[in-house]
Design a protein around this ligand. Structure first.
Ligand code: 2BA
Length: 108
C-alpha cells in the first residue's frame, strides 16, 4: 500500500477529485497553504495499492496545469533609503507529489 500526497492548484483540485473518484480511487482533500507564496493550494491524500500508483500519477499529470504566479520581494533602493516590492514570477505546479510507504492500513 502507498500513500500518494499531491499538492495541486486550487483551480485543478475539483476536476482532479472528480477524475480520481470516477476511477474509484479513495481521495481526501485538504485545504493547504504554500510556504513560499503564502497562497491557498490543495493537498490530496490518495491511498492505493502499489500497482496503481503510476495510474494515479498519470491522472494527476493529465489534469493539473503549470501556471505563472507573481509575488513580491522587498529590495533595498538608493542609499538604503527604503524598500520597494519587486515583482518576481514563479512557475507553480502542475503538482508536487510524494509517494510514501504505508506501514498499516486499517478501517475500523
Ligand atoms: P509554495 O511554497 O507557495 O511555492 C509556490 C511556487 O514558488 C513553487 O511551485 C516554486 O515554483 C516557487 N518557490 C517555492 N519556494 C521557492 C524559493 N525558496 N525560491 C524561489 N521560488 C520558490 P512548486 O514547486 O510547484 O510548489 C507548489 C507548492 O507545492 C508549494 O507552494 C508548496 O505548497 C508545495 N511544495 C513544493 N515543494 C514542496 C516540498 N519539498 N515539501 C512540501 N511542500 C512542497
Amino acid at each position: 500500500m502507498k500513500l500518494v500526497i499531491a499538492i495541486v492548484h486550487d483551480e485543478d483540485a475539483h476536476d482532479l477529485v472528480e477524475e480520481l473518484t470516477e476511477k474509484e480511487y479513495g481521495v481526501t482533500k485538504l485545504a493547504s497553504t504554500g510556504g513560499f507564496l503564502k497562497a491557498g493550494n490543495t493537498t490530496l491524500l490518495i491511498g492505493v495499492p502499489k500497482r496503481q500508483v503510476d495510474d494515479v500519477i498519470e491522472v494527476i499529470k493529465d489534469t493539473c496545469d503549470t501556471r505563472k504566479e507573481y509575488t513580491t520581494t522587498n529590495t533595498m533602493v538608493g542609499n538604503a533609503t527604503g524598500f520597494v516590492g519587486m515583482p518576481i514570477e514563479v512557475t507553480v505546479g502542475g503538482a508536487t507529489i510524494f509517494v510514501i510507504d504505508v506501514e498499516n492500513y486499517l478501517k475500523i
